[in-house]
Design a protein around this ligand. Structure first.
Ligand code: PDD
Length: 288
């Protein structure tokens, strides 16, 4: 065996990934009736952990879903998985579903025990090749449901979009609704105008309220960058000086091409480069 099996977390137990079991009646499996969080690990520490937990609580609340573990319990489990799997750089995926019940569209009776699973993935984040070369994106219509602010596991369209991007020789897709960019398939989307202003769509039910977005915007403001939270069109993005995305796993990553249009001079621009440095310095510096 070249790679040892990971230890994963399933409903309070730590077990080998080949031994982990979830019911076929789990509502996450049958109805995508589950929410999740992805937290980045750098140097064995959790980046923006408390903010991810705040969003988790909000997602649970919006869906009237219970959690089997409080924040201290989730933190302890995250730390144990990092240690057991020797994660220096990568991520922790955590999913909570409404639990297992015989298949019925109506929510099951109160008292159904939620399912909670967590696993780690090792992957380069700081040393990722993407931020060095910048990514290419294609545009696609945003046909996802109307509550994208809730971090549900209903990710089929995001998966299709990324797959289409890959088939087109690109890295990701930017989703467009009524002519305006909403977000990327699994990241928030930004442009830098010719006047140097950073623009990203305002928070609403149309986009996920990115944790990296919140950190980057607050660090950007402290560092003297000017930003506007407003919608921008695909045409405005194609004419922008720079474009970039943010997420827990990409931090700040420049977008250097949208469809067939190079952005700016088609290379990683100074604003996205600087914001990435600031985010790494501040957020990774404060990881717990
Ligand atoms: N995705 N928008 C969407 C649709 C996302 O799926 C994500 C994150 C983001 C960025 O949010 P944050 O900064 O909190 O990671 C925006 C994660 C990384 C994923 O699904 O793997």
């Amino acid at each position: 065996m070249t790679q040892t099996e990971r230890t994963v977390f399933v409903n309070g137990d730590y077990c080998l990934e080949s031994e982990a079991k979830v019911s076929i009646f789990d509502r996450g499996f049958l109805f995508a009736d589950a929410i999740y969080e992805v937290t980045c690990v750098i140097g064995g520490k959790l980046v923006d952990f408390h903010s991810h937990m705040a969003r988790l609580k909000r997602s649970l609340g919006e869906l009237d879903m219970a959690t089997p573990l409080d924040e201290a319990g989730i933190l302890a489990a995250h730390r144990r998985l990092v240690e057991l799997n020797g994660i220096d750089e990568g991520l922790i995926y955590m999913q909570i579903s409404r639990g297992a019940a015989d298949r019925d569209f109506t929510f099951p009776a109160a008292g159904t025990v939620p399912t909670i699973v967590m696993f780690t993935q090792k992957r380069p984040v700081i040393e990722s090749p993407y931020p060095k070369r910048g990514i290419a994106v294609i545009s696609m219509p945003d046909i996802r449901w109307g509550r994208r602010d809730i971090k549900t596991v209903q990710l089929l369209y995001s998966s299709i979009a990324k797959n289409e991007a890959s088939k087109a020789g690109a890295d990701d897709a930017w989703l467009v609704q009524d002519g305006f960019v909403t977000e990327a398939s699994s990241a928030n989307a930004y442009i830098v105008t010719t006047e140097g202003r950073i623009v990203t769509r305002a928070l609403s039910n149309d986009v996920l309220h990115g944790i990296t977005r919140a950190s980057v915007l607050s660090f950007a403001a402290e560092s003297g960058f000017v930003f506007e939270e407003r919608s921008f069109t695909l045409d405005e993005a194609k004419a922008a000086k720079e474009a970039f995305i943010t997420s827990a796993t990409s931090f700040v990553t420049a977008v250097v091409r949208i469809d067939d249009t190079p952005i700016g001079d088609g290379t990683v621009g100074p604003v996205s480069k600087r914001l990435r440095e600031i985010y790494i310095d501040r957020a990774v510096g404060a990881a717990i």
